[in-house]
Write a protein that binds this ligand. Structure first.
Ligand code: PRP
Ligand code: MG
Ligand code: ZN
Length: 214
């Protein structure tokens, strides 16, 4: 493998994609982003961009297949992968929250005792429940979590809330916030000296872009 370039993994499509691309471009890195391409070379910086599913990014970075990744802290924390969080990026802010049916009675987290909760974030949810001495039945599902209560699959959900419109349109109300998240840059713990230097250059540019915006 080429130790003299940085492979940067970003989300292929989803909440982080557009702002991740924008950040890379604002750092002055040019690349050809042909439709449907999953890998592209930067033309004026020793970097490659990989377009991946966000959930896969922490694993690629831990393995050193990608050297850097842009993901939500929610995804990185849930993954438990051994990576460095090198910078908070300030976009894609959201929260991981518990929701129940709008008409359900809810007085506090104790009301979740013995209930079933559908989520894509079983580890973060389990930690939260444990810290509140609540035992619930966690059902891990990979998407469309918010549909679960209305079809009788679970009593509650634990999922990402941004605008709140997904909760609303599925007849749910937000009752607990368990984690606040934004996009972060994660890095492999096995960078070559050249890659570390490229990362420092990139971070310098990112911070300049952020300062210019404030
Ligand atoms: C999250 C979550 C909801 C939506 C909530 O999905 O699963 O579907 O965003 O946003 P809202 O409050 O603005 O309606 P995400 O974009 O993280 O996609 P993914 O789970 O498919 O990766
Ligand atoms: Mg995803
Ligand atoms: Zn179960």
């Amino acid at each position: 493998m080429n130790d003299n370039i940085l492979r940067i993994a970003i989300q292929k499509s989803g909440r982080l994609s557009e702002d991740s691309l924008k950040l890379i471009k604002e750092c002055g890195i040019r690349f050809d982003n042909g439709a449907g391409k999953l890998k592209t070379d930067a033309t004026n910086f020793p970097a490659e961009i990989l377009f991946l599913r966000d959930d896969d990014i922490p694993g690629y970075v831990e393995d050193g297949v990608a050297h850097l990744g842009i993901v939500g802290e929610n995804v990185s924390e849930e993954s438990c992968k051994d990576v460095d969080t090198v910078h908070k990026l300030g976009f894609s802010k959201c929260r991981l929250s518990i929701g129940v049916l709008r008409e359900a009675e809810y007085h506090g987290v104790q009301d979740l005792e013995g209930k079933s909760i559908a989520t894509t974030y079983p580890r973060l949810l389990e930690q939260y429940l444990k810290s509140h001495n609540v035992t619930a039945d966690i059902h891990e599902i990979s998407g469309s979590v918010e549909i679960a209560p209305s079809i009788g699959l679970a009593d509650a959900v634990c999922d990402i809330v941004s605008s709140g419109s997904t909760l609303l349109s599925n007849g749910l109300k937000e009752v607990e916030t368990i984690f606040r998240s934004e996009a972060v840059m994660i890095a492999s713990k096995h960078l070559s000296p050249v890659q570390q230097d490229l990362l420092d250059q990139l971070l310098f540019r990112i911070k300049s872009v952020q300062v210019a915006k404030n």
